[in-house]
Write a protein that binds this ligand. Structure first.
Ligand SMILES: [Zn+2]
Length: 161
């Protein structure tokens, strides 16, 4: 068994034992070294975003004061849900190793594809005030600094609604 996955499993057991949340653990690794590990703490903090994957991303980002974790790999006991997949994407993590599948999670009582809410609706409210934010952001120094770091315009973002 892979030692990083073993650590993730240990974390999942720790979380279950303490009744912090479901049977989920995650580890972030850089250059063959474990930076941090976390388990699901949804029940402990009464916070639906406290999945193991997001918890470990937060831990490492705070520790190194860096949201760019592109040189890290994640090991997680279950295939990340859509929320965690989004967080992994924003953290720029390039590789995720996982144990249990979505089907396995379903057998534990979790729906990793739609989460807890099949009735979610998004509705756009357009206003001059929100549009003004775009102009303010585009004129800000922060944006110029971010563009240097991200190269976001290498992707065609104009097709995104
Ligand atoms: Zn998740």
């Amino acid at each position: 068994m892979n030692r990083f996955m073993q650590r993730a499993i240990k974390e999942a057991r720790r979380g279950m034992k303490r009744q912090h949340g479901g049977a989920f653990g995650a580890v972030l690794v850089r250059n063959g070294k474990i930076l941090a590990s976390s388990h699901n703490t949804v029940l402990k903090y009464h916070d639906s975003t406290c999945h193991a994957e997001i918890n470990v991303i937060r831990k490492v980002s705070r520790k190194f004061k860096d949201y760019d974790l592109s040189d890290c790999e994640m090991y997680t006991t279950g295939k990340p849900c859509k929320m965690c997949e989004g967080a992994i994407n924003w953290a720029k993590i390039k590789k995720v190793y996982y144990g249990n599948s979505y089907k396995d999670a379903y057998n534990m009582g979790f729906n990793e594809v739609i989460g807890n809410n099949k009735d979610l609706v998004f509705e756009r409210i357009e206003s001059m005030q929100t549009s003004k934010l775009i102009e303010e952001w585009n004129n800000s120094k922060k944006k110029k600094n971010l563009l240097i770091m991200f190269d976001i315009f290498s992707t065609n973002i104009y097709s995104i609604q």
